[in-house]
Design a protein around this ligand. Structure first.
Ligand SMILES: Cc1cc2nc3c(=O)[nH]c(=O)nc-3n(C[C@H](O)[C@H](O)[C@H](O)COP(=O)(O)OP(=O)(O)OC[C@H]3O[C@@H](n4cnc5c(N)ncnc54)[C@H](O)[C@@H]3O)c2cc1C
Length: 427
């Protein structure tokens, strides 16, 4: 039986797979992209209804197409809705004529024995490839810590399962995790009239905008998106930002003043009573310090470069503490408080169970350098902090893909040299 062969196989047609395809095409590398569902699927079916991009349209995009050129109704400072983001990527795939096959899931990947390349088992047959790029996303498997027993009877879901306030049972909601997902969901529920408890861990909370520039601009000019990964284990930073309702700074103390009940980290649960850590105030203080540090760096940048950007004293105004901050709740009886739902906005893990190659450490994390695996011929793209802080974001992955295409071209040149030598010898 004949087996389909391809030089480079890319798995996943999210932004990472598309960026990879663009750069492979530019480098003249024959390739194929396999996607188990639709292009940019996660933006459509694994996010809540009201989600908009966390960064403005001028910034959170690929260099080859602006959102406005794709849809004239989207201005550069708008925050595109999730469906617009997905549609943008479909349009992008069309623009670069990316060779994408949708509806094909990769089930297993293994190295060929005794010869180069890989055997890839898919839901639509076997494909052999000299190289494989795993572009299956930075956020693959939702993490739901097993803290609250199912017997409590409360509905529990991961943030990927949340859609809108109306879809939840009546009653109060505990949202665990105060990164961008948790805080945006909690705010939406508060605005819908729900009683909301928000469990706040360590976080960064940059200003949405300062002195007339969005924080994405500040992180860019200050070189922070390009910051390289630090010590292992210290890479993950929870960033609380929101583009919802035109975008605004996340200020937890202001949310508390508006009626949200802030609590520390969720630690355990006995007899329907959830226990919270004593770290709420520390986490809020550290978040405030992070916010002020960015304002200070921005001011220094303005001064050093003599920029004409308006003063912004409002950004430094702090809100008086609400009772939940002055005297934090350490325990919550779910039934007595009428909590019907717990939403875990506690992040994601990687899941490369389908890759049967020697490319992972004992924890299942890829062993790689800027996406080039220790297993020759295997590449990873879209990992958090793959090469820099921006790696898992739309604009960052495009640059990492460029690097990988370059590395793939270098390897192909070595193989081509070897082939030429053999051909000469055979003459
Ligand atoms: C709630 C949320 C909001 C975000 N907002 C922003 C934002 O505003 N701006 C920004 O820059 N970034 C944002 N991000 C981060 C990042 O841009 C997204 O997570 C993005 O989806 C990552 O793209 P990706 O292509 O790397 O992975 P994914 O989008 O996860 O794409 C991977 C693809 O691989 C497919 N796949 C997986 N396994 C297989 C298999 N075995 N066979 C075939 N196909 C497979 C999946 O179906 C999927 O389509 C956000 C993330 C989250 C969670």
């Amino acid at each position: 039986m004949s087996v389909e062969t391809i030089d480079t196989l890319v798995i996943g047609a999210g932004q990472a797979g598309l960026a990879m395809s663009e750069h492979l095409s530019k480098a003249g590398v024959p390739h194929l992209v396999l996607e188990r569902r639709r292009i940019a699927e996660r933006w459509r079916s694994e996010r809540w209804d009201s989600l908009v991009a966390n960064g403005p349209a001028w910034h959170d995009r690929f260099p080859g197409l602006t959102f406005t050129d794709f849809d004239a109704a989207i201005g550069p400072d708008d925050f595109p809705a999730k469906e617009q983001v997905a549609d943008y990527f479909v349009a992008y795939a069309d623009k670069i004529a990316a060779p994408i096959r949708c509806g094909v899931e990769v089930l297993k990947l293994e190295r060929n024995s005794g010869r180069p390349g890989f055997r890839v088992e898919t839901s639509d047959g076997v494909i052999e490839a000299a190289r494989v790029v795993a572009a299956t996303g930075p956020f693959q498997r939702p993490i739901m810590p097993p803290v609250i027993p199912a017997e409590t009877g409360v509905v529990q879901m991961h943030s990927t399962g949340y859609r809108n306030p109306q879809a939840l049972p009546e009653g109060a909601v505990l949202v665990v995790g105060a990164g961008s997902s948790g805080v945006q969901i909690a705010e939406e529920l508060l605005r819908a009239g729900r009683t909301v408890y928000l469990s706040v861990g360590p976080h960064d909370r940059p200003p949405r905008a300062y002195r007339g520039r969005d924080f994405v601009w500040w992180l860019g000019v200050l070189g922070k998106w390009d910051a390289a990964a630090q010590e292992p284990g210290k890479e993950h930073v929870t960033i609380a930002v929101s583009g919802a309702n035109g975008g605004h700074t996340i200020d937890f103390r202001r949310l508390a003043a508006d009626g949200m009940i802030l609590v520390g980290r969720t630690e355990g649960c006995t007899d329907d009573v959830v226990r919270f850590g004593s770290d709420l105030v520390e986490n809020l203080n550290n978040g405030d310090a992070n916010n002020r540090a960015l304002l200070d760096e921005a001011d220094a940048y303005v001064a050093r470069n003599g920029l004409d950007l308006p003063e912004d004293p409002e950004a430094r105004v702090s809100v008086p503490d609400a009772p939940c901050v002055r005297d934090p709740l350490r325990a919550l009886d779910l039934k007595a408080a009428g909590v019907s739902t717990i939403i875990w906005a506690t992040g994601f893990a990687l899941d490369y169970g389908w890759m049967q190659v020697d490319a992972f450490d004992a924890d299942g994390k890829p062993r790689h350098q800027r996406g080039v695996s220790c297993e020759p011929g295997i590449y990873f793209l879209g990992l958090p902090w793959q090469s820099r802080r921006g790696s898992s974001f739309i604009w960052g992955v495009w640059h990492d893909a460029k690097y990988l295409a370059d590395q793939i071209s270098i390897q192909r040149a070595y193989i081509a040299y070897d082939d030429a030598c053999r051909a000469d010898a055979a003459r």
